[in-house]
Design a binder for this molecule. Structure first.
Ligand code: G6Q
Length: 549
């Protein structure tokens, strides 16, 4: 048995039963009472690490709730599981792999063994190679086939090989070399590649083909079309070596594509796709912000890793975030979590966290192979504030669903402009206040609101939020923030006793379409062997495809 895995069913544990009883006792307690009873609650239920301040006081928890949740974390062996992950044990049991994204940001002198071999020197070798390459692009020393310097970088990848780099590039845009144009192509819809390249000069364009397996249909299809686009302009096959590099674990396929494996940045099977951007998958980001800023980002990841590994659970940001999330998910029946960054640069963070969380904890089979009898991962969604306030916040305030929210904001803006930043942050603070405390009918009446509107303009409140505040959005802050959520997902997956590191549902999607692709190639409507709905849709598609042909 791997350290910390358990054979006791989660719902059979006394700690679970204690939480279920406790839920009955406090489910109707209002945040208004919790704050009234404890004037110091706002300062007390807060914790800070790696430059992030987490205020979790506006949650429907008491000291007893936290005590019971922490007892559950201890009972399932969370501490041992953390050590197992950091120690390189093969905790991804369905794929028999270690789970070592933390090694991607380990310091040079660290030692992490996988099958008796220290993987850290290899990590730094790749980081150094990436840095040398990034410097050559940034300085203009690396030129394209015609001798022109590279001004455009197009990352071709999907899922874990896209969402991390694009999110982090957008987040750190303010630190990027503005003379470089970065684009990210992921969708197999030809529109994505066509629109990304239409205004680019092929002689100044570098493609980074980012694919762990180097077999993913979308990425390989886009990479082949990109090569054709390049060769149409530059003619010479030799141009591929100057205009294509790869990030992959599959040297054979990279070479078969025509990319010099000298220009390949490697990673390892112990890094899951959605956990991979701090390593070679982030090479596009490193080109944009430069190796020094990139290393600062890794420092932020590392600070949160160390905090997660060493801080007592009661003061541990990822543990607290994970436990509080689980409290709503499993006991209040909350189905979703909203991620609401009050920073335009973090516009892609909700999509990134959506994959991180939903692909990791969207599982219903335990490590022991049984079906769970409790809820696992929530639906993750969100948009940057204040835009969402004018769209979907209505439902969060007055709808029938309980939606725990994470608000993320910064004390300083990277773009000072009049009083914009105070207005932005005032909205963040006001939203969390309104969600927690609401507005009673008496308060509404006292404002002189006509009686027929009173029930509509009252707010129940008691809607839970976390607030994460940092001084400024820097590469290090971003690293700490991403690591916070990675470890939060780990905490929850550990308690749910599921494998957060496989993704068989994604594998299914990769295989499913291939049969239909062959049928579309053949174009033979008589040979379709699906259900009547799929057959009819395919026939219609084939008929209209030809008609518009
Ligand atoms: C992530 C998933 C998935 C993966 C993509 C791309 O954890 O496994 O999103 O990253 O399917 O895979 P490749 O990098 O192999 O092209």
């Amino acid at each position: 048995m791997t350290a910390g895995t358990s054979t006791i069913r989660l719902t059979q544990r006394p700690e679970w039963a204690a939480l279920a009883d406790h839920y009955e006792a406090i489910k109707d307690v209002h945040l208004r009472s919790l704050f009234a009873e404890d004037p110091g609650r706002g300062e007390r239920l807060a914790v800070e690490a790696a430059g992030l301040y987490l205020d979790y006081s506006k949650n429907r928890v008491t000291d007893e709730t936290l005590r019971l949740l922490l007892a559950l974390a201890d009972a399932v062996g969370l501490r041992e599981r953390i050590e197992a992950m950091f120690g390189g044990e093969k905790i991804n049991t369905t794929e028999r792999r270690a789970v070592l994204h933390v090694a991607l940001r380990a310091p040079r002198e660290a030692s992490i063994l996988v099958d008796g071999e220290n993987v850290v020197p290899g990590v730094h070798e790749v980081l150094d190679k990436m840095a040398g390459f990034a410097d050559r692009i940034r300085s203009g020393a690396w030129t394209g086939q015609t001798g022109k310097r590279i001004r455009n970088i197009v990352n071709i990848g999907i899922g874990g090989s896209d969402l991390g780099p694009v999110m982090a590039y957008e987040a750190l845009r303010s630190y990027a070399d503005r003379d470089l144009t970065l684009r990210f192509v992921s969708n197999i819809d030809g529109t994505d590649l066509v629109e990304a390249t239409r205004d680019l000069d092929p002689a100044e364009t570098l493609f980074i083909v980012a694919s762990k397996t180097f077999t993913t249909l979308e990425t390989m299809t886009n990479a082949r079309s990109a090569r054709e686009w390049l060769l149409r302009a530059l003619g010479d096959e030799a141009a591929v070596a100057k205009h294509f590099v790869a990030v992959s674990t599959n040297a054979e396929e990279v070479a078969a594509f025509g990319i010099d494996t000298e220009n390949m940045f490697g990673f390892w099977d112990w890094v899951g796709g959605r956990y991979s951007y701090p390593g070679a998958i982030g090479v596009s980001l490193m080109i944009a912000i430069g190796p020094d800023r990139y290393r600062e980002m890794l420092g932020g990841f590392r600070a949160m890793d160390e905090h997660f590994r060493t801080a007592p659970f009661g003061q541990n940001l990822p543990v607290l975030l994970g436990l509080i999330g689980l409290w709503y998910d499993d006991f209040f029946g909350a189905e979703t979590v909203a991620i609401l960054p009050y920073d335009q640069y973090l516009g892609r963070l909700p999509s990134y966290l959506q994959q991180l969380d939903m692909e990791s904890n969207g599982k219903h089979i335990t490590l022991g192979g049984e079906r769970v009898d409790y809820q696992t991962g929530p639906v993750i969604w969100g948009q940057p504030g204040t835009n969402g306030q004018h769209a979907f916040y209505q439902l969060i305030h007055q709808g029938t669903k309980l939606i725990p929210c994470d608000f993320i904001g910064f004390a300083q803006t990277l773009n000072p402009l009049g009083n914009h930043h105070d207005l932005l942050m005032a909205n963040l603070f006001a939203q969390t206040e309104a969600l927690a405390f609401g507005k009673t009918t008496e308060e509404v009446r006292a404002e002189g609101v006509p009686e027929f509107q009173v029930p509509h303009r009252a707010f129940e409140g008691n809607r839970p939020t976390n607030t994460i505040l940092a001084e400024r959005l820097t590469p290090a802050t971003l690293g700490a923030l991403v690591a916070l959520y990675e470890h939060k997902v780990f905490v929850q997956g550990t308690i749910w006793n599921i494998n957060s590191f496989d993704q068989w549902g994604v594998e299914l999607g990769k295989a499913l379409a291939m049969r239909i692709v062959r049928e579309l190639d053949a174009g033979d409507v008589a040979q379709l062997g699906h259900d009547s709905s799929t057959n009819t849709l395919l026939r219609r598609y084939l008929a209209q495809r030809t008609a518009s042909g």
